[in-house]
Design a protein around this ligand. Sequence first.
Ligand SMILES: Cc1ncc(COP(=O)(O)O)c(C=O)c1O
Length: 392
Amino acid sequence: MPHPDTIAVHGGEPTLDRKDAPVTPDISVGSASGYPDLASLDVAMAEHRGYGRWGTENHRQLQAAVAGLEANGLDTRLDAVAVGSGMAAIAIALMSEMNAGDHVVAAHDCYGTTLTFLRNDLSRFGITTTIVDFQDLEAVRHAVTDRTRVLLCEMCTNPLIRVPDLLALATIAHDAGALLMVDNTVPTPVLCQPFKWGADAVIYSATKNLSGHADVIGGLVVGKPSWTDGARAFAQTFGPTLGPFDAWLTLRGIRTLAIRMARHTANALALARFLERHPAISRVHYPELESSPFCARARQLVPDGAGALLSFELEGGRAALDRMIGRLKLVRLMPSLGNVATTLSHPASTSHRGLTADERGRAGISDGLVRCSVGLEHPDDIVAEFESALRN
Ligand SMILES: Cc1ncc(COP(=O)(O)O)c(C=O)c1O
């Protein structure tokens, strides 16, 4: 069985099907293919090939690489559908599965726009949602109804990096005849394979670590072919197509995914350990820290590391945070994550700005909480950057 590093480097490789075929895939920018006769046109249309909205060779290569990483070592065949953003992946996964009258149980710490989509958009089509804390399995069980089709949560949640008990959640979902869908954007398939723990569908924002260089907006859904056939048919009709150049860039990013995630994780742990000891910091959230309530579960579900994301709180609240940000030289503030460079985000101003101060308090999001997506710089330089910015 190849290692994820090897699958990342070779997955979806184009075949050497012509003389002097380049080792790097071509980018198919044509919106349609041409055919010499009616019979070949007929075959292409029946197979949904030859029209850009249905995907090009670049999409097929990317899909093969992600499905290969996801299925690595598992006794199951998986398939992936590439779409135009992480939100498109969430919409396709949910909408291809559900009908009016159906019900979703979603984790309260899902990405804010995922919750907005469920609450404000899917509700208009007769799909209802109950939002609960997925750490409270009794609350999840209680929320399930006979119309529940989907349990939806994230792995290594944003911004408190909580690790859900996927195995227990899969059991609750399956007992109810529902699917467990996991947004695995933060750990990526090289650090976590949710199918191993019973998930039925996995969702990615390829915008983040999967592409990895902050130059793509993209997404994927992954599942068994019997499920992705429906998701693909819906995506091809609905039309949130990923651009071929973005598919190409994402695949190129995946070539270094395994080594990037290993370095992201090592750097995140080094920074988390430094911050945990610093007197100006009141709390650090990173599941690999022995002090984290999620440490034991992280060792089981993400044994090679929990990814690039951590968060921390400053003793001095928002004012101290503002001062620290003003002193940073390399690290920038940006409303995203998963870049090669270390970046910061402020959940109260970005992902959670739609909540009231009370709601934010209940979700554990204080004004002094800052989320850090730890990059690939030398760990000593990252620590030195924060050491100097936190100096009195
Ligand atoms: C965990 C997670 N899922 C999904 C999304 C949405 O992805 P996109 O911005 O690519 O639509 C995000 C965006 O931040 C995210 O953090």
